[in-house]
Design a protein around this ligand. Structure first.
Ligand code: FAD
Length: 542
């Protein structure tokens, strides 16, 4: 784990014993943006156990930190999703007499000292949190570690985000994997050899003996309200209600979405009326979504994937829970991650999530605007505001690209194949810097996740770990006919083309497009493809 000092230092410290904590009045669990649940949450479960053992009340803390959100290009939708989930969590915690305390903090770098004051005011003896792998967050946690040692507060950091924690799956030489297939092979072998370790479900938190505000010393420390919005991240009311319908908050909602994907029973799409593509039709035993996932996962015009990414990114459901659910479905004692079944294919996607988190933890430069393939740092990009705007707005004149961008702008979510198509189009056809697209995605997505988003962008722009070779450039029209063979996807999100039937929907003749008021293509794929290959072949030369 030598590649990233903050990560390896924090890992070492996780296991180190801090001197005995002072006597105090509370145990604090600091809930972060990626662990918004009470079920199967390692740090929360351990904090609760400690609190019960020490006969101290447990307090849950959440820090609202707008500067962090800005630094990570967090979307308003993601912040809204966090707040909606916190409101649900607050209710479940209240049933256990556990207060949820939110504090707002503006200046990023002073957070560790503010946090310490807060912990001292609570007379906290031990602090529990799940690790975040972004480099600024790792550095912040190291600072907190140092400060808490001074104050006699014992910190405990847990790894909870992945199925297999970063740093575990290594190459034979003990290095971090930079190619997915061997990573995935070792990942599944490691998992199956240690199922109890990696898939163990953490117990639910236990109830506090009394409500905190009844405590004579901690009197004023009761739950604080969860705000409706964070300054600078307020959603338009219309967007807020779409998001609340499309992506309902809470672990129960996440569980229902998982069941809808795994089970054969008909359930309405969680996207409801906002999702005309959803197939609410009764499904037979043979065609639950996950069973046909292998063949159908690339279909943008069908409701074939789990749509769990917002819940996994925010930790509303644990990835462990998802894998355990696949085991119940297969009835096997091992996890299936083989290519031959839909279930195995789906588990492989969960492994991609672990892979990119592992990459982020080991090579933090990827999240700091650097390409993983340093030799491609000098690729010459176009500077073209008009093209960038057309891409963002879904007005490029290439129907599949426009449909995808409009879907993301409306729903805050996009099918994986569509993400690949629009990312490749931006970085190869338009030859615009992939970092502009990466940022725009983060600003729009409800599931925006630094590791997966960066991984997906660097894959598409051929600059990442195990990337698409630079000369294999997607032809958006061919991609369109494969990912949307019925044309339903385009018809749904590009209403100008609703009347078109058959293959011409993928590349409407200019006369037809003009008549329908649809823009002409802003680039000619066959021409710009050659430009991309030249520039990638000779970075810095053209
Ligand atoms: P399913 O197909 O049901 O997969 C199940 C879960 O596996 C997903 O929810 C996700 O957690 C994980 N997963 C699936 N594919 C990938 C992948 N390629 N990489 C990493 N994890 C994966 N995913 C995000 O969660 N947040 C992002 O910000 C994000 N940005 C992306 C940007 C680009 C350019 C690309 C190409 C991919 C990006 N992905 C991102 C990965 C992937 O597109 C989404 O996870 C997936 O489309 C979510 O839909 P789903 O939940 O129905 O996925």
């Amino acid at each position: 784990v030598q590649a990233n000092p903050p990560f390896s230092r924090l890992l070492d410290e996780v296991c180190s014993v801090v001197r005995s904590p002072r006597l105090g009045k509370s145990i604090v669990y600091w809930m972060r943006m990626g662990d918004l649940r009470t079920v199967d949450n390692r740090a929360l479960a351990a904090a609760s156990q400690q609190a019960a053992g020490d006969k101290l009340p447990l307090v849950v803390l959440f820090v609202l930190s707008p500067q962090d959100y800005l630094a990570h290009d967090r979307s308003k939708r993601r912040i809204d999703f966090v707040l909606r989930n916190l409101s649900v969590i607050k209710v479940s915690l209240a049933e256990l007499n556990i207060p949820l305390h939110t504090i707002s903090h503006t200046i990023r770098r002073t957070l560790p000292s503010k946090l310490m004051s807060f912990l001292e005011s609570l007379q906290c003896t031990q602090l529990f949190a799940n690790m975040e792998y972004e480099v600024d967050e790792l550095r912040r946690d190291l600072q907190i570690l140092a400060l808490s040692k001074e104050k006699g507060i014992r910190p405990h950091y847990f790894q909870d985000r992945c199925i297999i924690d970063p740093g575990i799956v290594k190459t034979k030489d003990g290095k971090a994997h930079t190619v997915y297939s061997p990573y995935q092979r070792t990942w599944i072998a490691t998992l199956n050899e240690n199922l109890d370790t990696y898939l163990e479900e953490s117990p639910l938190p236990q109830a506090n003996a009394s409500t905190i505000h009844e405590d004579p010393i901690l009197g004023p420390l009761f739950s604080t309200p969860v705000p409706d919005f964070v300054d600078g991240f307020q959603l338009d009311p219309a967007d807020r209600s779409t998001m609340a319908n499309v992506w309902p908050a809470g672990s129960t909602a996440a569980q229902e979405i998982l069941s809808r994907f795994l089970n054969t029973k008909s359930r309405p799409s969680q996207l409801g009326a906002a999702d005309p593509l959803a197939d609410g039709a009764e499904q037979s035993d043979k065609c639950s979504r996950i069973l046909v996932y292998g063949e159908q996962r690339d279909r943008g015009d069908r409701d074939t994937t789990s749509r769990l990414s917002p819940y996994l990114s925010a930790g509303v459901i644990s990835a462990r829970q998802c894998v355990r659910a696949t085991m119940s479905l297969t009835g096997l004692t091992k996890v299936d991650a083989g290519k031959t079944t839909g279930i195995g294919r789906w588990v492989q996607e969960l492994a991609w999530r672990d892979f990119y988190t592992n990459v982020l933890a080991h090579f933090p430069r990827v999240s700091m605007g650097r390409p993983f393939q340093e030799k491609l740092a000098d690729v010459r990009w176009e500077v073209d505001e008009e093209h960038l705007t057309a891409w963002k707005q879904g007005a490029t004149g290439i129907p599949i690209v426009d449909a995808a961008m409009r879907q993301m702008n409306t729903m805050g979510w996009l099918h994986n194949r569509m993400r690949m198509i629009v990312a490749m189009f931006l970085s190869k056809d338009l030859m615009l810097d992939w970092r502009l697209g990466e940022r725009y995605f983060m600003e729009q997505l409800v599931d925006g996740d630094l590791a997966s988003n960066n991984g997906g962008w660097q894959w598409s722009a051929s600059t990442g770990v195990d990337p698409a070779p630079y000369f294999r450039i997607f032809n958006p029209y061919i991609q369109s006919s494969k990912a949307d063979p019925t044309g339903d996807y385009i018809r749904t999100f590009v209403p100008e083309l609703k009347s078109l039937k058959g293959p011409e929907i993928h590349n409407p003749p200019i006369k037809v497009a003009d008549k329908l008021g649809y823009p002409r293509p802003i680039v000619v794929h066959a021409e710009v493809r050659e430009r991309a290959i030249r520039r990638y072949k000779n970075p810095g030369q053209e």
